[in-house]
Design a binder for this molecule. Structure first.
Ligand code: NAD
Length: 123
């Protein structure tokens, strides 16, 4: 499935740094979006960042074969677009153009999160 992101979107906030959240974050930073990834602990977020960075390195090696410097610049440039947060208060939700919920598959937990953020997000 291909999802078109409207041009006016620059700042993306993703709740959940598991398989889906970190995969979406990787694709978004790779395409130049500013991403704030919100997880439950800094440890988990750092683990996600490491996986994500490994994924970007694999892409860089394919895209810029035999050019180690450009590979490294590509990965660093993408990672510059990533911010890690454990607290949604620090995530500037009011400035987010797009918020993606990718937390645990539990309806009550998802409803609680959506109710919490509803009042602070922009239209
Ligand atoms: N993995 C897939 O292939 C897939 C495909 C389609 C849809 N989904 C859906 O995407 C969602 C996430 O799936 P996943 O595979 O990434 O799960 P996952 O278990 O890998 O990640 C979920 C993450 O959410 C975190 N979390 C839980 N509550 C949170 C909260 N209040 N705030 C921030 N983070 C919180 C957990 O700590 C965990 O890191 C689920 O609803 C799942 O059904 C997953």
């Amino acid at each position: 499935m291909v999802v078109e992101i409207p041009n006016e979107i620059q700042n993306i906030v993703i709740f959940g740094s598991g398989l889906m959240g970190s995969g979406i974050a990787q694709i978004a930073i790779e395409n130049g979006y500013n991403v704030t990834l919100i997880g439950r602990s800094m440890d988990k977020l750092q683990q996600s960042k490491t996986k994500l960075s490994n994924g970007l390195t694999r892409i860089a090696k394919k895209r810029f074969a035999n050019d180690v410097e450009t590979q490294s610049d590509f990965v660093d440039g993408c990672l510059d677009n990533l911010r890690l947060c454990i607290n949604s208060d620090e995530a500037n939700l009011e400035d987010a153009d797009l918020i993606i919920e990718a937390i645990v598959e539990n309806l009550k937990v998802k409803q609680k999160l959506l109710a919490e953020i509803e009042n602070v997000i922009s239209e």
